[in-house]
Design a protein around this ligand. Structure first.
Ligand code: PMP
Length: 356
């Protein structure tokens, strides 16, 4: 297909082992703050479950039935609304393949998670971009106008947003939901926000899909488990399109074990939020960086004019600190830094001070 032939390969991150070998450093000496992972990892129960894993020779439950039942209790939506995927990534792909025909339109609000744009292009849809404002808030009047005029099938909203960490208000979300469009609300980072998830809104709105993941607040990024709550009018099509055994035996067992230790997960969440605030204060003192307040487990920093974000990222990488750089639409340079453990922040800050 021509739209695939023309695509460049998007590599999300480089493996930590590759950098450790390149720098001749131990993996434990690399500070990995580039992919918004959780530095603490899942509760100890997960290691026990994986160590004694049974049924690796049997296909996993195609419905992730126990996991959906456990999630339903916690989330306040019936399990009939829920589908579990191999990460939220898989659910984004499923939404595109179920909702869109070639030539259909979606609205995307960059800068944001790039996967929506890539997956829409893969099914031959057109992406209408409504860029965010300079403070990264949504350009709501424009989103509404474009949605009314262009009649897209879906509007994608990340809340809190990646890469900047900003939120959408209840009022703005309600305005969007009153339009004839499917609103896909990606709540991958919602646990760090202190705000209530809108996942239970799917019971009220037939045009809302909410995505969440075990990758961030639960520390299970490597096992690939995400889930979505879908309107009942859509969910059966998601089941049709989903690969039968999309979530492995190990991933389902680990996610269930994680849910059984909510105190551990809450402690991790609290540590990360506390460290985010400390890291914000420290980054604010670096003369060539301007951090943006964040409701997530990462902080976006604007780089002073005259300094290249990519160069800074490369210099930090040489010192064993992995972060992301972006050149966003206004051509200013930005760094996105994941909140790690306090020791990670301290090493990062030492390196930034050396660069200064
Ligand atoms: N949505 C957003 C906004 C993300 O940043 C990410 C991960 N980078 C995902 C979804 C995908 O998460 P998962 O690991 O569950 O596929």
């Amino acid at each position: 297909r021509s739209n695939i032939r023309n695509m460049s390969i998007f590599k999300a991150t480089q493996p930590i082992e590759v950098l450790s070998r390149r720098l001749g450093k131990k993996v434990s000496d690399i500070v990995k703050l580039d992919a918004n992972e959780n530095p603490y990892g899942p509760p100890p129960e997960v290691a026990v479950v994986l160590g004694t894993l049974q049924f690796a020779n049997i296909y996993p439950d195609p419905d992730s039935g126990y996991l959906r039942a456990a999630l339903a209790e916690i989330l306040g939506v019936g399990s009939e609304y829920l589908v579990v995927g191999s990460g939220a990534d898989e659910l984004i792909r499923l939404i595109m393949s179920v909702m869109l025909d070639p030539g259909d339109k979606i609205v995307d609000c960059p800068p944001t998670f790039p996967r929506y744009e890539i997956e829409a292009a893969l099914v031959g849809a057109t992406v209408i971009k409504v860029p965010r404002m300079v403070d990264f808030s949504l350009n709501m009047p424009q989103v509404i106008e474009v949605t009314k005029k262009e009649r897209p099938k879906c509007v994608f909203i990340t809340c809190p947003n990646n890469p900047d960490g900003s939120m959408i208000s209840d009022e703005d979300l309600s305005k969007l939901l009153n339009l004839p469009v499917m609103v896909v609300l990606d709540e991958a980072y919602i646990a760090f926000s202190g705000f209530k998830s809108r996942i239970s809104w799917v019971k009220r709105y037939d045009n809302l899909i909410v995505l969440q993941t075990f990758s961030k607040s639960c520390g299970l990024a490597g096992l690939r488990v995400g889930y979505g709550a879908f309107p009942l009018s859509i969910v059966r099509y998601i089941w049709c399109a989903k690969l039968p055994y999309n979530v492995s035996v190990a991933a389902q067992a680990a996610a269930l074990a994680t849910l059984q230790n909510p105190i551990y997960v809450e402690d991790m969440r609290r540590s990360i939020v506390q460290e985010r605030e400390r890291m914000f204060g420290l980054l604010n003192e670096i003369p060539f960086l301007k951090p943006f307040p964040s409701y997530t487990n990462f902080i976006l920093c604007e780089v002073s004019p005259g300094l290249e974000a990519k160069k800074l990222q490369e210099e930090l990488e040489k010192m064993g600190v992995m972060i992301r750089h972006f050149n966003l639409s206004d051509l200013r340079g930005y760094l996105r830094i994941t909140v790690g453990k306090p020791r990670d922040t301290n090493i990062l800050l030492d390196c930034l001070r050396i660069l200064h």
